[in-house]
Design a protein around this ligand. Structure first.
Ligand code: J2J
Length: 540
């Protein structure tokens, strides 16, 4: 018996038992899972990066060697390690090494900057921070130096590539060592929530629950040892990692190809070269790929499945996928907190075009409710609540927030407004949470408002979504100035200097005398959204 992990909300015992009995939770850790894959798939290629290809056996061995290196540094079970890597082979080596050790990766995105990373390190009391030297013209070592100054718990900065002042990851691969035992019911790592509050929330995922979602996803998508998956979006994102993503393909014995950029230039090259069969994109990227595919010189004929998710796909774009790529479209509506919905291969075409799919599991409990948590009729729009074998019961160390984000009987309040069709498929109709979905990248309004409010010339601020033909939504911040309004450019520069990820910088700033309020005195964001939508609407 191990001590319960502080800050983690386990499933109630009767649910856990049910999930085990139903065969969802197999009692296997990521470490064992990878060993088993190496046994079975041996010298087959598991990962293809820009510089290296790794077989299953090599990946398994490298993970053990790196785990030994981490142990040598003093990293222990349950220690948190912030991992911020682009789509490189090292991402998997590091994650699997930490899994094997029982240390817990916190999966940051490459776009995150000082504000986010510093928070993750401080909040989780991370002992190490893993980066690449450079990516996309950005030097992560500069960021790491700032993080070291702000987060004293971070004892090690480990660098894939040129280490500069820090430690080269390459030097840590050691002789395999005896590793402590890990438990399948334990937290394996942290995903990040899109969030709607002042600070990002961390999502603890266990070996048992995550591996179930991966295995079941791989089955729904009919993956096998001949599947070749292109990770075009960031590998750390839940969609790319697990729906079925890289892990799903590794589960099936297939090959994962890592693209550094999601651009058609690079992605199409990989598709041709590695004969990619399946990949996943967000809707704006889908539109870009569709355009580029019209006159590409690359052979894309190997592609059998294009998955689209992360934000709402328009039916117009959806309809073009089959004709352009000659492959099946699959809509994916998922969340890092758990629940993932897929359209199925045998769904009628209109269901594939017009719905966001149905849940993975028979034991995914889905409720669609009104503002008072009463179930609405099939076909009516309501709040989506869910619980199940791979949906968390609480965010990490967030007791007060969990009271609001979960019902008393453990349903997660997704914040999504959906409609359920008679066939059980879900259609995303909107959002109740205070978040902007900028083409799949999530922005928590309150987080940005707090940053804007820190500007000395700002008295009040409200961030809302404005419609955008390409991204679906962009962000607009309404600012009430104390006296003379600052220049918009100056506010933007101020936010950048605070170390915010680029995608979170408001796309537009509107100065306003006062924020409109509702009858109960809350900021009337509906009115602000309507106002900005009207203002930017094409005239005529
Ligand atoms: C509309 N909104 C969607 C969709 C997600 C697979 C796919 C996506 C994610 C993801 C994921 C949507 N149509 N098809 O984790 O495993 C919005 C909803 C949802 C939120 C979750 C996966 N697919 N969304 O996007 O944690 O609002 O996960 O609650 O980043 O994205 O965001 P995230």
């Amino acid at each position: 018996e191990t001590q319960p992990f502080e800050g983690f909300t386990p499933w109630p015992a009767d649910f856990a038992e049910r999930y085990r009995e139903a065969g969802y939770w197999l009692g296997e850790t990521f470490g064992e899972w990878l060993h088993a894959r190496a046994e079975r798939f041996g010298d087959r290629i598991a990962l293809v990066g820009e510089k290296r290809r790794l077989s299953y056996r090599e990946l398994d061995a490298r993970a053990s060697q790196l785990a030994a290196g981490f142990l040598g540094l003093g990293i222990r079970p349950r220690d948190r390690v912030v991992v911020q890597l682009p789509n490189v082979v090292e991402f998997f080596e590091v994650c699997f090494a930490l899994f094997r050790l029982g240390a817990l990766p916190v999966l940051a995105l490459p776009a995150h900057r000082r504000s986010e990373i510093s928070y993750f390190c401080q909040f989780t009391e991370a002992v190490a921070y893993v980066i690449a030297d450079k990516d996309g013209g950005f030097d992560y070592r500069t960021l790491a130096a700032e993080i070291r100054a702000e987060a004293p718990t971070v004892k090690h900065v480990l660098v894939a590539g040129e280490p500069g002042a820090f430690t080269a990851l390459e030097r840590l691969y050691g002789e395999s060592a005896a590793l402590p035992e890990t438990m399948p019911g334990d937290v394996a790592f942290f995903q990040l929530s899109g969030g709607s509050t002042g600070v990002p929330k961390l999502i603890p995922r266990t070996h048992d629950d995550y591996l179930y979602s991966v295995r079941a996803s791989a089955e729904i998508c009919a993956l096998d040892a001949d599947s070749v998956y292109l990770a075009a979006l960031p590998a750390a994102h839940n969609f790319t990692l697990s729906s079925p993503g890289s892990l799903g393909v590794l589960d099936a014995g297939g090959r994962v190809v890592l693209s550094r950029r999601p651009s058609p230039d690079e992605a199409f090259l990989w598709i041709e070269k590695e004969r990619v069969t399946v990949t996943s994109v967000v809707p704006p990227l889908c539109a870009v790929w569709l355009e580029a595919a019209r006159n590409t010189r690359h052979d894309l004929s190997s592609l059998r499945l294009l998955q689209v998710g992360g934000s709402k796909l328009s039916a117009e774009v959806a309809r073009r996928v089959r004709g352009t790529f000659g492959c099946t479209l699959q809509q994916v509506f998922g969340m890092a907190e758990g629940l993932v919905n897929y359209t199925r291969f045998d769904d009628p075409e209109d269901v594939i075009i017009e719905t966001q799919g149905r849940p993975i599991s028979r034991d995914d409990e889905v409720r669609v409710v009104d503002d008072d948590d009463r179930d609405v009729e099939v076909g009516e729009v309501g709040h989506l609540l869910t619980r199940g074998p791979y949906t968390i019961r609480g965010y990490y160390k967030a007791t007060a927030h969990n009271e609001k984000a979960f019902t008393r009987d453990g349903f997660y309040r997704t914040g999504d407004l959906v409609r359920r069709t008679p066939s059980g498929h879900l259609v995303v109709e909107g959002r109740a949470k205070d978040q902007i979905n900028r083409g799949g990248e999530k922005i928590a309004a309150e987080e940005i408002e707090n940053h804007v409010l820190a500007h000395p010339a700002v008295r009040d601020a409200a961030l809302v979504a404005m419609p955008d033909a390409f991204l679906g939504e962009r962000s607009c911040v309404f600012v009430v100035a104390r006296e003379q309004p600052p220049a918009a450019r100056e506010v933007t520069a101020f936010l950048r200097a605070r170390g915010l990820a680029s995608y979170k910088i408001p796309d537009r700033i509107e100065f306003i005398d006062d924020l409109p309020k509702t009858s109960v005195g809350k900021v009337d964001k509906k009115a602000l959204r309507r106002w900005i939508a009207d203002k930017i609407a094409p005239k005529g």
